[in-house]
Write a protein that binds this ligand. Structure first.
Ligand code: KIV
Ligand code: ZN
Length: 519
């Protein structure tokens, strides 16, 4: 090799980095993030609108639900490559192809572990056996379609000589993308960059494939490691919305994309991502999974653009760029100071919903408008955060509500036994029950709901968040209950947190009832 390839930034000025989104596969397989088919389709559509190059839609052999989701996404979602994951064996690869074949842009992603620790303890295979298995798997996948990705799992802990040998063999067998996973989040940026540079220097056929990187965030370095890989020649980054994923998560899509966009002067690279869709995609995922992002999370956290300190506000007023490196509207936060109130009409609400990135049907808008009017009666000023909470409550609703809230009364206080009296409508009948056995109003609300509906609910997670600042803010309750081994989510929004809790419990109960009716 005549010239050492160390940095891609100097010799390739305007590279377009592919964004491979694995929210629906690596993200979805982490606890608390599972999605049903309709939710996966909705998320896949949001990823297309965001402009991701590749959507990893699932792991078809993993379960009939995963297979169905990949098949439906491949059949219906257009505009991005649709990818399915497979271990390096015949059954997995054929099953992945079966799910993917109706997509005009299918990709099969085959993986096989290569590190010494995986070879010895998990696979019990020799180096040569691994190379032969990789070749056979990639060849089989390539007999189905042209777009093949190969991942040497735990590549970041694999001996360089062996990694080069596997990568070269996979490319010869037909792999068009070579993904370098840091499966356990062990790498550090210098090492990740050096590994990519090493592959570019030592693997003779490396130019026939795109190098990809897939980093986990166990040491909080997934984004930094991915950027280091890009700096040294990776042409694809694998990531997830809000950084969801196994354990500490995957590389966060919004962070890596905005780092490349904001520092394109340094990386000499960009992506095709339509960045104003970042916040809507993040919110959609949060409302589907109930997994909130921390307030100070870069790019999509509620405080990501909030300047509280006086010295910062003063600087911002004089010249925005003193303290702001990105504009909130570039990532999808709408800079509006307008506040709605009880005299605002449907048209103003519809307009605000559109500005906030939501497309509501006439029926959805009507329900949100009714909720908005009720809220405006309780609260003088209704902010964007309140409207987002009401809209998401509506979008997260259950089509047919078997149990409806008619009324509730809660009482608690120092030295008093808490109690909740609850009236629910079931069919045409109103039923009331009082529970005072709980150790607080939330416990009583659960017990009262259980008595009325007959469903035994085990609460696994319960969170309250305020939708906006101020003590008159809407409270958003998200919870998870276990019912017959399945985790069901519920969401409720009200200025009264006990009422929001009752609504969230009922939301979960109505989901359970829907499942019971279907089975
Ligand atoms: O983390 C990992 O190694 C993976 C592979 C399947 C790419 O998710
Ligand atoms: Zn992974």
């Amino acid at each position: 090799m005549s010239e050492q390839k160390t940095s891609a930034t100097t010799d390739s000025p305007n590279r377009t980095i592919k964004i491979f989104d694995t929210t629906l596969r690596d993200g979805e397989q982490s606890p608390g993030c599972s999605m049903n088919l309709a939710e996966k389709l909705q998320m896949a559509q949001a990823l297309v609108e965001l402009g991701v190059d590749v959507i990893e839609a699932g792991f078809p052999i993993a379960s009939p639900g995963d297979f169905e989701a990949v098949r439906e996404i491949a059949a219906n979602v257009r505009g991005s490559t649709i990818c399915g994951l497979a271990r390096c064996n015949e059954m997995d690869i054929n099953r992945a192809w079966e799910a993917l074949k109706s997509s005009p842009q299918p990709r099969i992603h085959v993986f096989l572990a290569t590190s010494a620790i995986h070879r010895e303890f998990k696979l019990k295979m020799t180096r040569e056996e691994i190379i032969q298995r990789a070749i056979a798997g990639v060849k089989l996948a390539h007999s189905h379609c042209d777009d093949i990705e190969f991942s040497p799992e735990d590549a970041a802990r694999t001996e360089h000589d062996f990694l080069c040998a596997v990568v070269e063999a996979a490319i010869d067998a037909g792999a068009t993308t070579i993904n370098i996973p840091d499966t356990v989040g062990y790498a550090v940026p210098l090492q990740m960059g050096a590994t990519i540079a090493m592959l570019r220097n030592r693997v003779p056929n490396i130019d026939k494939a795109t190098i990809s990187v897939h980093c986990h965030d166990d040491l909080g370095m997934a984004v930094a490691n991915s950027l280091a890989a890009v700096e040294h020649g990776a042409g694809q980054v694998e990531c997830t919305i809000n950084g969801i994923g196994e354990r500490a998560g995957n590389c966060s899509l919004e962070e890596v994309v905005m780092a490349l966009r904001t520092r394109s002067d340094f990386y000499k690279a960009d992506t095709r991502i339509h960045t104003p869709r970042l916040v809507p995609a993040s919110r959609l995922l949060t409302s589907i999974t109930g997994m909130q992002v921390q307030r100070n999370k870069a790019i999509v956290g509620r405080n990501a653009f909030a300047h509280e300190a006086g010295i910062h506000q003063d600087g911002m007023l004089k010249e925005r760029t003193t303290y702001e490196i990105m504009r909130p509207e570039d990532v999808g936060f709408q800079a509006t100071d307008l506040v709605l109130g009880k005299h605002s009409g449907r048209a103003a609400l519809a307009d605000r919903a559109r500005i906030l990135g939501y497309q509501l049907t006439g029926e959805q808008l009507q329900t949100v408008f009714e909720d908005f009017k009720r809220l405006a009666d309780r609260k003088k000023e209704v902010y964007d955060g309140d409207i987002v909470a009401l809209i998401e409550q509506q979008l997260y609703g259950v089509e047919e509500e078997e149990w409806q809230l008619v009324a509730f009364e809660a009482s608690s206080g120092t030295g008093r036994k808490p109690s909740v009296k609850l009236t629910l409508r079931h069919g045409n009948e109103d039923q009331t029950v009082e529970s005072s056995e709980g150790d607080g109003p939330i416990d009583c609300a659960f017990l009262a709901t259980e008595k009325l509906t007959g469903y035994k609910l085990t609460c696994q997670d319960y969170q309250v968040q305020s939708a906006t600042l101020g003590h008159d803010a809407l409270g958003e309750v998200t919870l998870e209950v276990e019912y017959h081994g399945e985790v069901i989510r519920g969401r409720g929004v009200s200025t009264d947190t006990v009422e929001a809790t009752v609504m969230a419990i009922l939301n979960a109960v109505n989901r359970i009832a829907q499942r019971v009716r279907k089975n």
